[in-house]
Design a protein around this ligand. Structure first.
Ligand code: FAD
Ligand code: EPU
Length: 341
């Protein structure tokens, strides 16, 4: 063999940031993407389901996984640069935050608002990661993947990826593509994005009047560290729910009844509502049932206080969905991939 390792009945507790003690019937750790076709053709793999896994920071294992977990551990970065910009191809298994810091160190701009997001580079296009007014889609030229349906290597340009808020073709066709590399285009200079809540105030607090990208990164690090619970301290998957996008009449009716509900108009005329506000107003912030809970720091974050099972966490999440729907008529959708729920 070579290029990957296989293990049976593999524990996943250290492979998901919610720290759910699930197991996979088969686990393949892949170090050479060229070996994917061989691995996926292996009868024990081909005859069951396959779940691609990065760092497990956006997955809830609601039960054990009866198929094969393919953990992407491929490494490598290739750069073609001119004076103005760089095209950078990054292997799927590289850590996203390491990559962001490396680009800033090399003097490239653009990814500063996306610092400190956990996970791998290969997972970044799946839900089009975003934070502080920036989405990764803006910097993706193409995504290289193994297309399990067509059984060939596919290069998807940005348009084919169909990126949207926390969405892409990869999320809409789960299981079809194994992302092997992402090609980014990053400029040397770019207008900074400072308008998202808190960045300007944080820069002022830092005493920075003329910010460079690394100052913005530092401000974002401060804001994220203050707001979000650290998975190294308490199991979580970041935002557990997407901010719901509703049509204008529904947003207006909700805002009339609740003027303090944060809402952001979208280019298509609809409005994005703050799920955290809805969850807090429905009374769920800080709730704990056994070891499953809703963070008392941020209402959008489902937390594992210790030994919660995936089923218990999923049951609490469903209770939140039902409670918010009853209170406000808005149905929240989970952001992470819920496996076996
Ligand atoms: P995983 O959790 O392993 O997988 C996530 C999904 O992607 C699964 O469906 C999986 O099958 C699929 N996938 C992973 N790798 C591949 C691949 N190579 N090919 C095909 N499919 C693949 N997200 C944001 O957008 N913005 C944030 O600000 C943010 N903050 C977070 C803060 C915390 C504390 C945590 C824990 C999470 C946060 N997240 C955020 C969510 C998470 O970091 C991202 O979704 C990240 O991209 C997941 O990377 P991962 O490698 O852990 O993916
Ligand atoms: N809020 C509450 N109660 C809370 C927390 C927040 O009412 O407990 C309100 C705040 O007052 C604020 C609003 O909710 O007005 C928005 O809060 P925040 O700025 O923290 O952003 P968010 O909408 O909760 C989104 C992303 C995060 C991303 C941040 C920063 C989603 C689902 N989440 O959170 O992404 O880091 O913005 O850009 O879009 C993730 O996807 O895992 C994630 C962490």
């Amino acid at each position: 063999m070579g290029g990957y390792t296989l293990s049976d009945d593999a524990p996943l507790a250290h492979r998901n940031t919610l720290r759910v003690a699930a197991k996979a019937r088969l686990l393949a750790e892949v170090r050479d993407a060229a070996k994917l076709p061989e691995l996926l053709a292996y009868p024990a793999v081909r005859n069951g389901e396959v779940l691609v896994l990065g760092e497990g920071s956006n997955v809830l294992f609601a039960g054990d996984y009866a198929g094969t977990v393919v953990a992407m551990a491929t490494q490598g970065v290739q750069v073609e640069a001119d004076g103005e910009r760089a095209r950078i191809a990054v292997a799927a298994g590289e850590r996203w935050d390491d990559f962001v810091r490396w680009t800033l160190g090399q003097g490239y701009a653009g990814l500063e608002n996306l610092i400190l997001i956990p996970g791998t580079v290969g997972a970044a296009p799946i839900q089009n990661i975003g934070a502080y007014g920036t989405e990764v889609a803006e910097f993706i030229e193409s995504v290289e993947a193994w297309d399990t349906r067509e059984r060939r290597v596919a290069t998807l340009g940005a348009a084919a990826c169909a990126f949207a808020y926390r969405d892409s073709v990869f999320k809409r066709e789960p299981g079809r593509y194994v992302v092997t590399a992402v090609r980014f285009v990053l400029p040397r200079t770019r207008e900074l994005r400072l308008d998202y809540a808190g960045i300007r105030e944080e820069l002022a607090r830092m005493g920075v009047a003329r910010p460079a990208p690394f100052h913005v990164a530092e401000a974002v690090i401060h804001l994220r560290t203050r707001k979000l619970p650290d998975p190294a301290v308490i199991g979580n998957a970041g935002s557990f729910f997407k901010n719901p996008v509703v049509d204008a009449p529904q947003a207006e009716a909700l805002r009339r009844a609740h003027p303090e509900l944060p809402a952001w108009p979208q280019p298509d005329g609809r409005h994005k509502l703050s799920a955290a506000w809805l969850i807090e107003a429905a009374g769920f912030k800080g709730l704990r049932e056994g070891d499953a809970g809703i963070s008392n720091r941020h209402a959008l974050v489902l937390v594992n206080h210790g030994r919660a099972s995936g089923a218990e966490l999923w049951a609490l999440a469903q209770k939140v969905i039902a409670g918010v729907e009853e209170a406000f008529g808005v149905r929240l959708e989970p952001e992470p991939r819920v496996v076996g729920g």
